[in-house]
Design a protein around this ligand. Structure first.
Ligand code: SAJ
Length: 420
């Protein structure tokens, strides 16, 4: 697997595919990034990454090394390696939508050279690589390990985490065959030393789901325990502070206003779908955790209304802080603010929001603007609800003028602050 003489097609140029394409170009592969969005392709070729975790500088360096973005594979254009990094969302029925994966598998299989390497990175249920992708390669090229290699390697990205990126996050790989796993590992080892080859593709697919289901279930446990602690007059944040002093066997998860993002609320549902399909019954842990986490925005509103009722104010004015899904990122996917805002309005409140990273948001086709001046909006509100712990809100004195604050992240202190 010599980078300088090998060509790579990375299908999907979002927060997963683009960093990979740039890193492969940096170490010497000849890289084409494929994306169905023409505006995105145009921006990429102009050096504008538009991806929160991918600096434009890495893209500019990749372009200097020959990286190009395309909306389609050229006629007769073939590649030594194809990597698929496309979304695997849930459809309206909560089932895995593999449309993008199947389309990428068809396009990628036809663009792969004989004896080429095909890798799926998109998170999906165990069995996806072997059952859904392999047939396209057999159709286009022939026999596994003779005419092509096929593996799965999950993306591991923690948006907003400045310490870990694609070049230093350990990676796992699982081949549909042993030889395929080794081939894929060889490719990733051109830019990353810590690459672990698992027994097979299913094990790698399942490992990814374990990682994120572990988070989903433990976040739900934190949410559930914080609710019962509140009812029992126990300060759960103090409980957490105490338990966190244990140097082994405990990882602190914080209660919150709801679980958003592209992974935690979604990946465990892939596992649940496959378990239900194979065993005829759902994965109870996942279903319960999903229900607890999905109930948090409503719980935030219950707590907010209790605070407002002590103020006997008609049409209370509420200011929500943080329209993204977690601190210091601007990604809105699964953000709890939307449900909280609509629910508070249904309770007769006048609701505004502030978020420096999300100046304009759309909720059910209604466009809303972030308030311009935080301090003034804080002063005018009957209740401030902190949903995301953006750094701006933690600055000393930022919320001192608030009449009352509901802190859903356990990061504030003060006489007017009540924690979730
Ligand atoms: N959350 C809590 N309490 C916690 C931790 C998180 O309420 O103790 C909430 C967050 O506010 C957020 C949601 O859960 O709304 C998800 O947060 P997250 O940081 O777990 O998830 P992502 O989607 O930002 O990033 C995750 C990665 N996170 C970490 O490793 C810390 C990891 O699970 C995956 O590598 C990545 O998604 C992925 O790409 O799968």
């Amino acid at each position: 697997m010599e980078p300088n003489s090998s060509s790579v097609l990375v299908i999907g140029q979002g927060y997963v595919g683009l960093p990979l394409a740039c890193e492969l170009a940096r170490v010497g592969f000849c890289v084409v990034g494929l994306d169905t969005n023409p505006e995105r392709v145009q921006a990429l070729n102009a050096g504008v990454s538009g991806v929160e975790t991918q600096l434009d500088s890495a893209l500019s360096e990749a372009i200097e090394r020959g990286y190009t973005a395309q909306t389609a594979v050229g006629v007769g254009e073939l590649f030594d390696i194809v990597v698929v990094c496309v979304p695997t969302p849930l459809d309206h029925g909560g089932k895995v939508d593999l449309t993008a994966v199947l389309s990428a598998a068809e396009v990628g299989a036809k663009a792969l050279k004989r004896k080429g390497l095909f890798v799926l990175e998109s998170t999906s249920f165990p069995g996806t690589t072997e059952e859904k992708v392999l047939p396209f390669l057999e159709e286009a090229l022939g026999t596994l390990d003779q005419d092509f290699y096929l593996a799965f390697s999950p993306e591991r990205i923690d948006p907003g985490n400045a310490n870990f990126d694609i070049t230093n996050t350990p990676r796992i790989v699982g081949g549909v065959s042993r030889a395929s796993g080794e081939k894929a590992a060889e490719m990733y080892r051109t830019f990353l030393s810590d690459v672990t080859v698992l027994r097979g593709a299913k094990e790698a697919e399942m490992a990814k789901l374990l990682e994120n289901t572990y988070r989903q279930v433990n976040i739900a446990l934190a949410n559930e325990l914080s609710k019962v602690s509140h009812e029992m007059g126990i300060d759960y944040w103090e409980v957490l502070r105490g338990a966190s002093t244990k140097p082994y066997g405990f990882q602190p998860f914080q209660p919150g206003p709801g679980v958003g993002g592209h992974c935690i609320p979604i990946d465990p549902m892939y596992l649940n779908e496959r378990v239900t399909q194979v065993l005829g019954a759902p994965l109870k842990f996942v279903e319960l955790a999903q229900s607890v986490n999905n109930g948090m925005p409503r719980y935030v509103v219950e707590r907010a209304m209790k605070i407002l009722q002590t103020q006997d104010t008609e049409n209370s004015r509420v200011l929500l802080l943080g329209a993204s899904y977690k601190a210091n990122v601007g990604d809105r996917r699964g953000a709890p603010l939307d449900e909280v805002l609509v629910d508070l309005e249904e309770h007769g409140c006048e609701v505004k929001f502030h978020d420096p990273l999300c100046p304009t948001i759309t909720i059910s086709e209604r466009q809303l603007l972030s308030v311009a001046h935080l301090e003034e909006a804080v002063r005018d509100a009957d209740l401030v609800v902190l949903l995301q712990a953006h750094s701006e809100y933690l600055a000393p004195g930022a919320l001192d003028a608030a009449r009352a604050v509901l802190d859903t992240r356990g990061v504030l202190d003060g006489p007017s602050v009540e924690r979730l």
